[in-house]
Design a protein around this ligand. Sequence first.
Ligand code: COA
Length: 170
Amino acid sequence: MTNSETQRVSLRPYEPADAAATLSIFTDAITQTAAAFYSADQVDAWAKPGRRSPGTWHVAMAGRASVVAVIGSEVVGFSDIDGNGYIDMLFVAPRYVRRGVARTLLGFLEQRAQEAGTSELTSNVSVAARPFFESIGFEVVREQRPVVDGIEMTNYRMTKAVSPTNATVR
Ligand SMILES: CC(C)(COP(=O)(O)OP(=O)(O)OC[C@H]1O[C@@H](n2cnc3c(N)ncnc32)[C@H](O)[C@@H]1OP(=O)(O)O)[C@@H](O)C(=O)NCCC(=O)NCCS
């Protein structure tokens, strides 16, 4: 392992300079990690590799008050949460999966939700990410079939109750 690989995960707010790195993570996480669970057409409709404007991407990331995970000096993942406890994005660079990056991000976001008095976390979770969300206490409410660019996908509406005694243990 290199030194950077043994360093801990730290979190900070998304900054404009993170646009390119987070867009790359999003694309790579879908086309490499999630691709094992979706067809080529589904992966293409979801990731739109090479067809997303960095400027548009930045505006969306900033609008969600996104949080990035950093190992060493490298951005390795990102997520977000809104005032209702809804988590829109959760993506980790393929090279850094299974090191607790997503668990660190969601632990922080859950704590933020608790402090805000939010009662429930919700997300529309990919087939690829369902085991992760289950590992931190989310449950499936229903299976969903959203249509993206004419291509039907599968995901799960998942929720987790938030209470002072129910925080994600890290
Ligand atoms: C889902 C995702 C964000 C998880 O990120 P991660 O940083 O690898 O997750 P963590 O290392 O924090 O995993 C914590 C626990 O979740 C569970 N988990 C995570 N990934 C898993 C997998 N592929 N299979 C089974 N369990 C898994 C495990 O219990 C894991 O603990 P362990 O590694 O000690 O066994 C990442 O795999 C990803 O980016 N996937 C592709 C994009 C995607 O589908 N994003 C979600 C959109 S809703």
